[in-house]
Design a protein around this ligand. Structure first.
Ligand code: GTP
Ligand code: MG
Length: 211
């Protein structure tokens, strides 16, 4: 873990030097990580130059989806590991033209446990929860919910069809991570996506000012 922390710090320094703001997207399998990348990419076109790193156990399906919406995309296959780590991200950064980008979206392996333990060197950790997973997830996966900087609640279009008590869910989040910035949205209808994209633009803008 110590070696991972050191490599994560080196990744951060590299990203900062290149002027790239990086976000680590974590979620359970199927919560909508790639869908959010697709929606974000479509709205950022012409506003920001961005790249995507996709972590999966196997296949290049997600990197192909990101490339299809215009992102420079690198796929990492972990070959069985349930999370990305700093050395994997370092390998992906070597394949990207970092100087040509302002933003990097990293899609971690679908898992609510392991990714929370491995820092990558990204600037913000974002958790995507989705309505069909159930409203008890903050209570059952506290380490993940406690450690993130931002929460996206995806698939709100399904709220009328599944039993998901938003108040119960948000109370659980509030106990673990008070005042957490949260974006309820739907990648299917597009509702709420603008607020998420505005947040990203703001973050990239403030990072550029600090540099
Ligand atoms: N109804 C609804 N379906 C959605 C929404 N967002 C994503 N989906 C669907 O959920 C499924 C999984 O979406 P992905 O974006 O592939 O999820 P992922 O988190 O990238 O999945 P893995 O990379 O396999 O972990 C797909 O069938 C999407 O079409 C949404 O807001 N509403
Ligand atoms: Mg995906």
């Amino acid at each position: 873990m110590g070696a991972n922390e050191r490599l994560a710090a080196a990744n951060r320094a590299w990203l900062d030097q290149a002027g790239v703001f990086a976000v680590n997207l974590m979620a359970s399998p199927g919560a909508g990580k790639t869908s959010l990348i697709e929606q974000t990419a479509q709205r950022l076109a012409g506003k920001l130059r961005f790249a995507v790193v996709d972590g999966d156990i196997a296949t290049s399906i997600d990197a192909d989806r990101a490339a299809a919406v215009g992102a420079q995309a690198v796929q990492i296959n972990t070959g069985g590991d349930c999370h990305l780590d700093a050395v994997m991200l370092q390998g992906a950064l070597e394949q990207l033209d970092l100087k040509d980008h302002d933003l990097l979206l990293v899609e971690n392996v679908g898992n609510l446990i392991c990714p929370s333990s491995f820092k990558l060197g990204t600037h913000k950790d974002v958790l995507i929860a989705s309505v069909p997973e159930g409203d008890d997830k903050p209570y059952k996966y506290p380490v993940m919910y406690r450690g993130v900087d931002v929460l996206v609640i995806n698939k709100i279009d399904l709220l009328p069809y599944v039993s998901f008590d938003m108040d119960y869910f948000r109370q659980g989040v509030e106990i673990l991570n008070p005042g957490l910035t949260t974006f309820p949205l739907s990648c299917t209808t597009g509702e709420g996506i603008e607020a998420w994209v505005d947040w990203l633009l703001e973050q990239v803008g403030s990072a550029a000012k600090e540099a």
